[in-house]
Each structure stands twice: as structure tokens, then as C-alpha cells.
Design a protein around this ligand. Structure first.
Ligand code: SAH
Ligand code: SF4
Ligand code: F3S
Length: 458
């Protein structure tokens, strides 16, 4: 690099797609002489990769920009707002926070070097286009340094955008129409990652199971077919995908859970509500019975499959009876894990215009009840694993010396006694204790002997 080294600090909000995009932005900036750093102080460039999904998420950006004002005053830092708030609010961001030099949406990241050149001339940049080209085609491949720093797992975005238009959701507006990356590009990226030591890949998309990328045969491939092809890669031991929509949970994908050994028995399948009336008002395009039918098929195909979901409480017009239907659905399915939110009206979405908005206090009370039930289910699920043998991919050091943390097939952190030499290994371990946020496990006898002198987890 002929230029003097510069530094960039990137902060990611929101979903895993932003995490992936942030690391790809770091890759493209590295080519321009930027080194990624962990703190904003003194950085030449600060990028906030933002999320617009709920009001709270969007507002976080402005409080962060407030804090960054002092950094900007004390040095010559370029401040950029990327991601979904950038896409949704565009130049309004600069009007509200004049410290910002650049605003650009999720589909423009490959243009970052041009944006930086423009800012150097003293101009501001606002780019919220949806360019025809695929940003990933114009960005360097994932860098070894960042891949290795993440450990042995990696994300690969295979699909972006959404055509579903749920009436509460900003994603179709902030990410644009549904687009799938071609099969060969995905496989090429996966092979590269595996060559760098990655053993687990999670395929990402806002609607990942609507994937329909063009295959080497010129036809559109489904997600099931893509997973089959990825499962052939030597050295790749675990596959996951997220987030799925119930509508796109087709029979081939359900069968993939039965047939592909390395596909982990854990599925995030958001349902949002258990009330048919609310599902309809949300434009989810499926009923509660449809959801149950999918779960039945999945469990028939893969009996040890664990499920996770997303829920919204207090959607406009939600009655007590509707909410009871949600609790009832949760009780009937039994989730290993779940995320639940109070409905947040988002500008420009149809549900925000509805005149039967629910009182904040009612939302809060419903959320508390739902979360209590979900927490109980999560604990029950974890307890059911005690005494069982699970495979664990070791990733990093634990909080206490002599401990290593890995992930179960169900994404739970699993703590064992061991050292760094375990990183990247997959081992079957016996779960001894299920805590609220992690599992404790014993390693198999042969290797446990060599670590017998190490501290036993509390
Ligand atoms: N594509 C995914 C969800 C993406 S957004 C899907 O279709 O399931 C992640 C989660 O945020 C959603 O599942 C929903 O539960 C929540 N969410 C989205 N918009 C919201 C809003 N306006 N208020 C509250 N929660 C919302
Ligand atoms: Fe949003 Fe619905 Fe699309 Fe998911 S499917 S991203 S909730 S519009
Ligand atoms: Fe948020 Fe955009 Fe992801 S709104 S959830 S960062 S797609």
C-alpha cells in the first residue's frame, strides 16, 4: 500500500446481514489502505451500519452520533451512516446530525471508495439508490484476517431484500426487492472460507428460504438444492440458514432437514402471532393451522429439530383473545428460543396508519407475559439436554482460565475444561448442567484426562 495507513471503526446494529455487510465493507476499505480498529477514538473513518426495524433501533443511531460529535471536533474524522436507517431517511440524517459526511444504503457498499474520494473534496455524500449491479461482485472476497478473527464460523449472504410486504415491516423498503446470489458465487465463497479454517457456515437472507439463485445449469436453484451442494464441500461440517418465512418452507427444504447430515437441527421460523385475524392483518400470507402443519412435517422429518421464532405483541387491533391465541400457539409448539417485541409503528408502513393502535401499557403487559412463557420453555428445553451427548464446535476461550466455549447444534454456548488447542474442533460431549444462558459439559474420557488438573467450572 503506497498511501499512509488509515483506520476505520465500523459499528453494526440490527440483524446478521448487517454484521456480514460490515465485514465486507472492512474488506473493501482494506484494499484502500484502511485498517479496522475496535474503538472510534482517533479513527479516520467511522461507519455506523444501522437498523431501522423498530423505533428504538433507529433512535440509537442519533444518540451515537451525538456522542461522536466530540470525536469529530477533536480530529479530522469522516463519519458515515450506512444500512437501513440511511436507506430510509437519506439526507434527513445530515439535516438532523450535521456531523455526518456520508449516508449510503445497503446496496451501495461497493461504491465506498468513490464516496470517500468525494468527501475528500469537501462535499457530502447521500446515496440511496438500488443499483442494478450486485454489490458483492464489486467487492473483494472475505479477507483471511477477519475470517480468522471470527473463529471457525462464518456468515454468507445468499439472498437480500424482501417482496413479502408484511404490513409492520420496513425491510422491503430499506433493502429493496428480493434478489438471490448465483449458486456458483455462493459455493466459491463457501470454499474459500472453508480453506481458511471455517467449519460452520450460516446462509443469510431476510427471506433466505425464498432463495432462487441461478445454478450452473442455468436454472433457478432452491435453497434445498443449494444446501445439498454446499454439504458436498470437504471440511465443512455444519450448515445453518436464517431467516425463514413459513410461506417458503417447501417440502424439499423440509426433506433437506432429514437428508443433509451437516444441516443443524435448529430452525428459526418467525410466526409473529398465533391469531389468524392478526396474521391476516399483518399480511403474513399463512394461517395458524399452516404453521402447525409445517412444524408437524418438520418434526416428522427431523425428530430432534428445535425451533425458534419471532413474535410481535400489540399489533394494531390485537385483542386479548388474539393475544391468548399467541400464548396458545407458543404452548402448543414449544420453542427452544425466541425473540419477542412490542409492535413499533414504522413510518411508511401500512400498519402504522391503522387507527386501532394498542396502548403502550397493554403492549408492555402482553410482552411480559409472553416472555415469561418463552423463558420457561427455553429453560425446559435446556434442562432436557442434561445427561445427553451433543456435538460441540469449540470457538473461543471461556471467562475463566482453563475453560473453552463452543456451540451446541442449537446455538447454545457450551462450556468445557480445555485450552486453545480445541478451537475449531468438533467433539461429542456430555451435558452435565443446563444454566440459564449456557450449558456445562464433560469432554470424553480420553481427552478429559489430559485436562484433569484444570479448574472445574463453578
Ligand atoms: N424476514 C424476517 C424478519 C426480519 S425482521 C421474517 O420475515 O421473519 C426481524 C423481526 O423483527 C421480525 O420477525 C419481527 O418479529 C420484528 N419486527 C419487524 N418489524 C417490527 C415492528 N414494526 N415492530 C416490532 N417488531 C418488528
Ligand atoms: Fe419484513 Fe415480512 Fe419481509 Fe420478513 S417477510 S422481512 S417481516 S416484510
Ligand atoms: Fe434492521 Fe435492516 Fe436488518 S432494518 S433487521 S438491519 S435488514
Amino acid at each position: 500500500m503506497s498511501r499512509a495507513e488509515k483506520t476505520v471503526f465500523i459499528k453494526s446494529y440490527g440483524c446478521q446481514m448487517n454484521v456480514y455487510d460490515s465485514s465486507r465493507m472492512a474488506d473493501i476499505l482494506e484494499r484502500d489502505g484502511y485498517r479496522a480498529v475496535d474503538t472510534p477514538d482517533g479513527a479516520d473513518l467511522i461507519i455506523l451500519n444501522t437498523c431501522h426495524i423498530r423505533e428504538k433501533a433507529a433512535e440509537k443511531v442519533y444518540s451515537e452520533l451525538g456522542r461522536l460529535r466530540s470525536i469529530k471536533q477533536s480530529g479530522k474524522t469522516t463519519i458515515a451512516v450506512a444500512g437501513c436507517v440511511a436507506q430510509a431517511e437519506g439526507e434527513e440524517i445530515i439535516a438532523r446530525a450535521p456531523v455526518v459526511d456520508m449516508v449510503f444504503g445497503p446496496q451501495s457498499y461497493h461504491r465506498l471508495p468513490d464516496f470517500l474520494a468525494t468527501v475528500e473534496t469537501g462535499a457530502k455524500v447521500v446515496d440511496t439508490e438500488f443499483p442494478a449491479e450486485d454489490k458483492f461482485d464489486h467487492m473483494p472476497a472475505p479477507a483471511r484476517t477477519r475470517t480468522e478473527a471470527r473463529g471457525r464460523t462464518a456468515f454468507v449472504t445468499v439472498q437480500e431484500g424482501c417482496d413479502k410486504f408484511c404490513t409492520f415491516c420496513v425491510v422491503p423498503y430499506t433493502r429493496g426487492a428480493e434478489v438471490s446470489r448465483p449458486v456458483e458465487k455462493v459455493i466459491h465463497e463457501a470454499r474459500r472460507l472453508v480453506a481458511m479454517g471455517v467449519r460452520e457456515i450460516t446462509l443469510l437472507g431476510q427471506n433466505v428460504n425464498a432463495y432462487h439463485g441461478v445454478g450452473p445449469d442455468g436454472r433457478d436453484w432452491s435453497l434445498a438444492r443449494l444446501l445439498e451442494a454446499l454439504a458436498e464441500i470437504d471440511g465443512l461440517d455444519r450448515l445453518r440458514y436464517t431467516t425463514s418465512h413459513p410461506r417458503d418452507m417447501d417440502d424439499a427444504l423440509i426433506a433437506a432437514h432429514r437428508d443433509i447430515d451437516i444441516l443443524m437441527p435448529y430452525l428459526h421460523l418467525p410466526v409473529q402471532s398465533g391469531s389468524d385475524r392478526i396474521l391476516k392483518a399483518m399480511n403474513r400470507q399463512h394461517t395458524r393451522a399452516d404453521y402447525f402443519a409445517i412444524i408437524d412435517k418438520l418434526r416428522a422429518a427431523k425428530p430432534d429439530l428445535a425451533l425458534s421464532s419471532d413474535f410481535i405483541v400489540g399489533f394494531p387491533g390485537e385483542t386479548d383473545a388474539d393475544f391468548e391465541d399467541t400464548l396458545d400457539l407458543v404452548s402448543a409448539v414449544g420453542f427452544a428460543q425466541a425473540y419477542s417485541f412490542k409492535y413499533s409503528p414504522r413510518p411508511g408502513t401500512p400498519a402504522a396508519e391503522a387507527d386501532d393502535q394498542i396502548d403502550e401499557a397493554v403492549k408492555a403487559e402482553r410482552l411480559a407475559r409472553l416472555q415469561a412463557l418463552l423463558r420457561e420453555q427455553q429453560a425446559t428445553f435446556a434442562k432436557s439436554l442434561e445427561g445427553r451427548t451433543l456435538s460441540v464446535l469449540y470457538e473461543k476461550s471461556g471467562r475463566k482460565p482453563g475453560q473453552v466455549i463452543g456451540r451446541s447444534p442449537y446455538l447454545q454456548p457450551v462450556v468445557v475444561n480445555g485450552d486453545e488447542s480445541l478451537f475449531g474442533r468438533i467433539e461429542s460431549v456430555r451435558i452435565t448442567t443446563a444454566g440459564p444462558n449456557s450449558l456445562l459439559a464433560d469432554r470424553p474420557m480420553a481427552s478429559a484426562a489430559s485436562t484433569a488438573s484444570l479448574e472445574v467450572p463453578a
